[in-house]
Design a protein around this ligand. Structure first.
Ligand code: UTP
Length: 408
């Protein structure tokens, strides 16, 4: 992009301040800034102060889950079906590892975090150990696609290489990068990270499929005849990946997607609850749970929105291809954004000072026609690490690992 083109694009979105320090930059920095301007989607800024456009909710109604007794009654049948599909190469695993992990507050990617006590136990290691169990059970390797971002891609790749992929077959691992979105102040002006760089952050975990397509990784999926993708978060160290029973149950149900869910501890617990929205599967975020929804009961007299998602989903790939062009809602998130001020002085805010823009994988569920919510035992499968201490922390995850007999 030339300087004139950049100036024109910025003027269109009221962002000409991005070029304020252009004269002070050297040749390489100028080129990089112009490239960044060319590649940045400033149209997301319109969502500031206008969340209605992004998140208009439809009518919420309950969606029952496949509960534990039903799963137990069919465990063998579903597991065999899932294993057969895995052996036939029909399943790929997609690790969402592009997040910034700001709450954990480590400079390294979250997957590199060591939760060990008497030895090193990296988060990534725990995930690979779990996946390897299924590889052994099925007797075949499972393709693993790892989504990173510009901010952590190099470190994540180097870390995996350094640790010899924790024993995983490196020929079965692919990395791809997600896209970045600009971060802006409350007046909708993008922040500058430095004099020659716009502050950006990964555009949320909902962009994984589009990023797979853009980076050519989707070709690998198609060439190999993969039909199902298991999407999972990096930070749940008890995560069961490529779970054959979950895959078999979802396939048997005929649904286009599956979502692992846990029974909520309290109606106001901070997890997204699976539901129907205008008759299609959806997830109502905890901050959208009204008192009426919290009090609502199903025909068994149990809370109607009682199952929370744990960021472990199955998607039938051909259905995703069909909805590829559907626009996911944009979430405008209040965050602390380091930047330089108008005098070029770096600022590290203590409190949220602006907005980031994210699309979420949970919104993809709503684009599809059907979803099987599949109950799992929380204590065995859900140990998310968001914070250092307290709820969903390194401490709570260590405790849960110990209770599951995992040595740390
Ligand atoms: P979180 O919503 O917990 O975000 O991500 P985060 O960035 O890891 O942590 P905080 O909020 O900054 O503390 C849930 C999952 O989605 C992935 C994360 O890596 C994690 O596996 N994710 C999140 C992405 O892959 N890309 C994103 O842009 C955001």
């Amino acid at each position: 992009m030339t300087y004139q083109e950049a100036e024109k694009k910025l003027a269109e979105y009221g962002q000409t301040h991005v070029l304020r320090y252009y004269d002070e930059l050297d040749g390489r920095e100028r080129k990089e800034l112009l490239e960044q301007i060319g590649g940045t989607d400033f149209s997301v800024l319109r969502y500031i102060g206008n969340p209605g456009e992004a998140l208009n909710r439809g009518k919420i109604s309950p969606l029952g889950a496949m509960e534990l007794p039903e799963i137990e009654a069919h465990r063998e049948e579903y597991t065999e079906r899932g294993l057969a599909a895995i052996r036939g190469g029909k399943l790929g695993a997609v690790l969402l590892a592009g997040g910034m992990g700001t709450r954990l507050g480590s400079d390294d990617p979250k997957c590199m975090y060591d939760i060990g006590l008497t030895k090193t136990v990296y988060i990534m290691e725990r995930l690979i150990v779990n996946l390897q169990e299924v590889v052994r059970q099925a007797g075949v390797s499972i393709p693993l696609f790892i989504m990173t971002s510009e901010k952590n891609d190099a470190k994540t790749r180097a870390f995996m290489k350094e640790h010899d992929y924790f024993g995983y077959d490196s020929g079965q691992v692919w990395f791809f990068r997600q896209e970045m979105a600009p971060a802006a102040d409350r007046n909708g002006k993008v922040f500058m990270e430095g004099k020659g760089r716009i502050a950006t952050s990964p555009n949320g975990n909902g962009g994984w499929y589009v990023s797979m397509a853009r980076t050519g990784i989707l070709d690998v999926v198609h060439e190999r005849g993969i039909e199902w993708l298991n999407i999972f978060a990096v930070d749940n160290v008890l995560q069961r990946i490529a779970d054959p029973c979950f895959l078999g149950a979802t396939m048997a149900s005929g649904a286009a997607s599956g979502a692992k869910v846990v029974r909520k501890v309290t109606p106001d617990e901070k997890v997204g609850a699976i539901c129907l929205e205008d008759g299609k599967p959806s997830i109502v975020e905890y901050y959208d749970m009204t008192p009426e929804l919290m009090d609502a009961k199903n025909e068994k007299g149990e809370p109607a929105y009682n199952f929370g998602v744990i960021l472990n989903y199955l998607f039938r790939e051909k259905d995703l291809a069909r909805i590829m062009d559907e626009k996911l809602p944009m979430h405008v998130v209040n965050k602390k954004i380091p930047h330089i001020d108008e005098n070029g002085v770096p600022v590290s805010p203590e409190e949220p000072n602006g907005f980031k823009f994210e699309q979420l994988v949970l919104d993809m569920i709503h684009e599809l026609d059907s979803c099987l919510p599949y109950e799992v035992v929380r204590e065995h499968e859900f140990a998310p690490i968001k914070n250092r201490k307290g709820v969903d922390s390194v401490e709570s995850a260590r405790d849960l690992c110990r209770r599951n007999g995992i040595e740390l």
